[in-house]
Design a protein around this ligand. Structure first.
Ligand code: ZN
Length: 152
C-alpha cells in the first residue's frame, strides 16, 4: 500500500470532499511509484504526518498525468502526476481503536496488563479458579489458561 504524506489543508479538503485531485511532482521519486499505474486505479493512503497514528485517508484514485487546479495546490501550467480521487474513507489510527477490556465475570473495567490477558479482574480470577478446581476432579488435567481460552 502506497502512503503519501499530505499537508493538513489538503487533507481536510479531501476529507470533506472539496478537493478531488491530489498532485505529485514529476520527480524520479513519484515517477517510480506512479508511472506504472498511469491510467489505472489504485488504492493508497494519504497521511497527514509521518507516524502510523497520524490522520489517514484511504483512497481509491485513478492515476493521470497533466496540469491541475490551482485552487487545489497546483502551479498553473505545471505537469503533475494526478491522483483523481474516486473514493475515500477515513482510517482511524490503531492506537485509538483498542477497545477497553472488561471482566468476563463481573463486567468491571480491566486496568492491569495481567487482567486484560486473563480476561478477568484479580478477584474474579481467584473465584473462577476456585470454581474450576472444585468442579474438576484433577486440576492438573485442565489449566486455568485452557479454560479461559475455551470461553472465547
Ligand atoms: Zn470481575
Amino acid at each position: 500500500m502506497l502512503i503519501f504524506p499530505i499537508k493538513k489543508t489538503w487533507f481536510d479538503m479531501i476529507d470533506k470532499g472539496i478537493k478531488k485531485e491530489e498532485y505529485r511532482g514529476d520527480t524520479p521519486y513519484y515517477r517510480a511509484r506512479l508511472e506504472p499505474f498511469l491510467g489505472q486505479e489504485i488504492e493508497c493512503n494519504l497521511r497527514n504526518g509521518y507516524s502510523s497514528a497520524s490522520p489517514t485517508l484511504k483512497i481509491r484514485a485513478r492515476i493521470e498525468k497533466g496540469t491541475g487546479n490551482p485552487d487545489w495546490g497546483a502551479e498553473p501550467g505545471e505537469v503533475y502526476y494526478k491522483l483523481v480521487i474516486l473514493d475515500k474513507e477515513r482510517i482511524e489510527p490503531e492506537t485509538f481503536i483498542i477497545k477497553a477490556r472488561r471482566c468476563k465475570r463481573c463486567g468491571g473495567l480491566l486496568t492491569s496488563k495481567q487482567a486484560v490477558e486473563d480476561g478477568y479482574g484479580h478477584v474474579c480470577k481467584m473465584k473462577t479458579k476456585a470454581e474450576i478446581e472444585a468442579a474438576t476432579p484433577d486440576p492438573n488435567q485442565l489449566t486455568l489458561f485452557d479454560t479461559f481460552e475455551s470461553e472465547e
